[in-house]
Design a binder for this molecule. Structure first.
Ligand SMILES: N[C@@H](CCC(=O)N[C@@H](CS)C(=O)NCC(=O)O)C(=O)O
Length: 233
């Protein structure tokens, strides 16, 4: 199977959680919207009648169309040994992914606290308040949670990585990019989480992916944006 991934072509965004899973699995895929005519195809799919997703990312796997990041990963986890096959293990991995999705949504809302349809520049005072709360309380609360889950373990779920580990790597990378001040204590304050980040970054296929052109750089159009005003000391 050559998968078709549909996602916005210029940002890592939520598509990156899917890309990391496909890369770690060594699964062939096409990043459709980054190719010729791809955006047009993606927009047509979003307007489709059957199984139309609300928003990218979505994945075409032969006859299947799958939307929602955590749902796509549930599928890939099952078919590429990126999650346990037993019910408890599969649900636990999915649960961790949904918790990561909550953190991602909160990170997004720091620069868009009022409306997705408005520019950041049109909601700066609200963004400042939201980001202050996020960096002071929410990042530490989520990081403490994952630090606790990782106590005495190399990986979140089992003796080898799952898609949840890849996603946790990505969210830590994103938060370190967006909020270098707020995350400066990562290695000292959350050693298990920092070690997991390093372990994922050292996976051979992930190393190759991160060095490739397929990995887009972080930028100020994605979810994790570096606005110094939102990352106070
Ligand atoms: N819960 C969905 C959220 C999808 C989502 O918000 N996608 C963004 C890009 S990362 C988008 O294109 N949103 C358009 C919109 O909400 O109108 C997921 O995890 O996949």
């Amino acid at each position: 199977v050559t998968y078709e991934l549909f996602y916005w072509p210029t940002i890592q965004g939520r598509g990156e959680f899917v890309r990391l899973a496909l890369e770690e699995a060594g699964a062939p895929y096409v990043d459709v919207a980054r190719g010729p005519g791809g955006m047009k195809r993606m927009m047509a799919e979003l307007d489709g009648a059957m199984y139309a997703p609300f928003a990218p990312p979505f994945l075409r796997a032969e006859a299947l169309t799958i939307g929602q990041t955590a749902n796509i990963l549930l599928y890939l986890g099952k078919h590429h040994d990126l999650a346990p096959q037993d019910e408890q293990g599969g649900l636990w991995t999915h649960q961790l992914q949904l918790t990561i999705a909550d953190l991602v949504a909160e990170a997004h809302d720091t620069h868009h606290p009022v409306a997705v349809s408005l520019h950041y520049e049109d909601q700066k005072p609200e963004a400042g308040r939201r980001a202050a709360e996020f960096t002071a309380n929410r990042i530490p609360k989520f990081f403490r949670y994952f630090e606790h889950i990782l106590a005495g373990r190399e990986w979140l779920v089992r003796e080898r990585p799952t898609y949840a580990d890849l996603s946790l790597f990505q969210v830590v990378e994103g938060l370190c990019y967006a909020f270098p001040n707020a995350t400066a204590g990562l290695y000292g304050d959350y050693p298990n989480l920092a070690a997991l980040r390093d372990r994922v970054a050292a996976r051979p296929r992930i190393v190759a992916y991160l060095a490739s052109k397929r990995r887009l750089p972080f930028n100020e159009e994605g979810i994790f944006r570096h606005y110094p005003d939102l990352d106070q000391d």
